[in-house]
Design a protein around this ligand. Structure first.
Ligand SMILES: NC(=O)c1ccc[n+]([C@@H]2O[C@H](COP(=O)([O-])OP(=O)(O)OC[C@H]3O[C@@H](n4cnc5c(N)ncnc54)[C@H](OP(=O)(O)O)[C@@H]3O)[C@@H](O)[C@H]2O)c1
Length: 335
């Protein structure tokens, strides 16, 4: 079980998505209690205002900022990114927490399956939009909330929208697997960019020996992704890690109509660990000074899983490119 952390976050700005409830709210409260300047992301102003008072109390009076966006809508994500960038505020920690489960298949305005759109593609779009600010504020951290359900999932790039065969676990697991791939791919790309900026070879093609090249290519969650060697001498860097909070007593799924959620909801809230307890791993990964250069990891119960999956570099690149295409955005400049 993750231990309680007490790191001082004075002067650090942390944005938490989906901070109106459950795990995200618990993360926001914990970061505020440690002195961070917290920005609460929400889709509902009313809910955000209620949580703002709670977070301000945890922070000893300092009220957090609010950033509004329905993550199912690309234009609202872009508007939130623009608002954030225009504010001039630094960004030291981005916790991509917002998520949902859908008992039946729903789509957003663009026709994308909602679990994929909100849990994964919104994270992809928001993160790439805010990356310049994270890099300018570095050292900075991105913490992507995934779930161990990724282990039973598959990524079928020809049916990411699950038009052929939808079920809740398939959709949820796929979105969480996409998050793991995104985390490892972005970590690799950021490590490459940081290494290049200090004149170090980081890609398999550039690597000085076959062994190093092999490690970089085949162990995206392992030592090769510890930025220590890549960023020695680099002034700023951004790490990216995935976290599974484990089961959380939350309202996840509450927006699903029908009997099934009415039966399952009370069990989730009654028997799963509290959100405050579940949030400890994400809070540690977001704040522990010992993890400042640790990247490309998957964390659960306060432990880093060195090899979260049998990483398929071709699939990872293909998902990245497909995500850019679906999001309608160009290749970001990371260096
Ligand atoms: N609960 C679990 O057992 C469990 C286990 C492993 C991982 N997780 C992950 O932990 C994260 C948090 O889940 P939770 O259990 O805390 O669920 P939750 O209580 O339902 O909280 C989800 C948060 O995401 C927000 N959200 C949902 N759809 C959104 C949208 N379209 N636009 C903007 N915000 C949206 C919600 O906003 P509203 O308040 O407006 O609905 C809420 O703030 C998720 O990524 C989930 O997959 C949960």
């Amino acid at each position: 079980m993750a231990r309680e952390t007490t790191f001082d976050l004075q002067g650090r700005t942390c944005l938490v998505t989906g901070s109106t409830d459950g795990h995200g709210k618990a993360v926001a409260l914990a970061l505020a209690a440690r002195g961070a300047d917290v920005v609460l992301h929400a889709r509902s102003r009313e809910k955000a205002l209620a949580v703002r008072d709670e977070v301000a109390r945890a922070a000893g009076g300092k009220a957090p900022e609010i950033l509004l966006a329905d993550l199912a809508r690309a234009e609202e994500i872009d508007a939130a990114v623009a608002t954030y960038l225009e504010s001039g505020r630094p960004l030291h920690v981005l916790v991509n927490n917002a998520g949902l489960v859908g008992l039946s298949r729903r789509v957003n305005d663009a026709g994308l399956e909602l679990t994929f759109a909100v849990n994964y593609l919104a994270m992809f779009r928001l993160t790439l939009g805010l990356l310049p600010r994270l890099q300018a504020s570095g050292p900075a951290r991105i913490v992507n909330i995934s779930s161990d359900t990724y282990r039973i999932a598959k990524l079928d790039l020809d049916d990411l929208q699950l038009e052929r065969d939808y079920n809740m676990m398939k959709a949820y697991g796929q979105s969480k697997l996409a998050i793991v791939y995104f985390t490892l791919e972005l970590a690799r790309r950021l490590a490459d960019a940081a290494g290049a900026s200090v004149g170090r070879a980081r890609t398999p093609a550039d690597a000085p020996s076959g062994e190093t090249a092999g490690r970089i290519a085949s162990r995206p969650g392992g030592d090769a992704f510890d930025l220590r060697s890549a960023v020695d001498g680099a002034a700023r860097w951004v790490t990216v890690n995935a976290v599974d909070p484990g089961p959380v007593a939350s309202n996840i799924g509450a927006d699903n109509p029908g009997l099934a959620y009415r039966l399952v909801g009370p069990l989730i809230r009654g028997f799963f660990p509290s959100a405050a307890r579940a949030a400890r791993t994400a809070v540690r990964v977001a704040t522990d000074p010992a993890l400042e250069r640790s990247t490309g990891g998957y964390w659960r119960s306060n432990k880093r899983r060195e090899k979260p999956l049998d990483f398929d570099p071709a699939l990872s690149r293909a998902l990245w490119e497909k995500s850019l295409e679906l999001a309608g955005i160009g290749e970001p400049r990371l260096g």
